[in-house]
Ligand binder design. Structure first.
Ligand SMILES: [Zn+2]
Length: 198
């Protein structure tokens, strides 16, 4: 029987996406056997992130600085804005540098079922960014789910009348596909073949 501390660690790890109690126990054992190397490293990395974690006030990305690394990067094309549902989508698109512009994180998707309304997302902030000017294209990179597409439709309506091109990801995306789970080739294809909304 493991100590209370080890049980607590196992329980915390078991709550991580993709891990269950069994994998968590294996991970804990693995870490305990590598105290000097892996465990110390993990503790230091977690502490550093915990201490410096902030949400970017501009785009909603999660990073250790505000503005985040993407918003602060002068090599990014400020005239293109890619709207995503959540931070993992931004990271997925950004991993392979698929999109040269900046991002806007909505913080979710519209959902009648879950009671998510427009005011629960950062839509007003998005409109503000566009209204300020200097943006030529807004790419709606919602997931290929019913709710994702409803959200894209709603955004396209709200953005109507601004002097911008509104595009969305090409539908090479599998139906029900969540960006975070797609391979980079599929994502790159969806970005490259993006098309006007409407
Ligand atoms: Zn940012």
């Amino acid at each position: 029987m493991a100590s209370q501390e080890i049980e607590a660690l196992t329980g915390a790890l078991a709550r991580l996406p993709g891990l269950g109690p069994r994998s968590a126990r294996r991970a804990v054992l693995w870490l305990l056997k590598r105290r000097e190397t892996a465990l110390d490293q993990l503790v230091a990395a977690l502490a550093a992130v915990q201490e410096r974690l902030v949400e970017c006030a501009t785009c909603g990305n999660v990073d250790t600085s505000d503005p985040c690394g993407v918003c602060a990067d002068p090599r990014r094309d400020a005239r293109s804005l890619c709207v995503v549902e959540d931070v993992p989508d931004l990271w997925a698109l950004d991993r392979a540098r698929l999109f040269p512009g900046r991002y806007h994180v909505l913080g979710g998707r519209l959902s009648a079922l879950d009671g998510v309304r427009p005011e629960d997302l950062t839509i007003d902030l998005l409109i503000e960014r566009v209204a300020k000017g200097g943006i030529d294209e807004v790419v709606l990179a919602m997931n290929a789910t019913l709710e994702g597409q409803t959200t894209a439709h709603y955004l396209a309506e709200r953005l109507e009348g601004y002097p911008i091109r509104i595009t969305q990801l090409a539908h090479g995306l599998p139906v029900g596909g969540e960006l975070d789970y797609l391979d980079e080739g599929t994502l790159a294809q969806a970005i490259r073949a993006r098309r006007p909304v409407g």
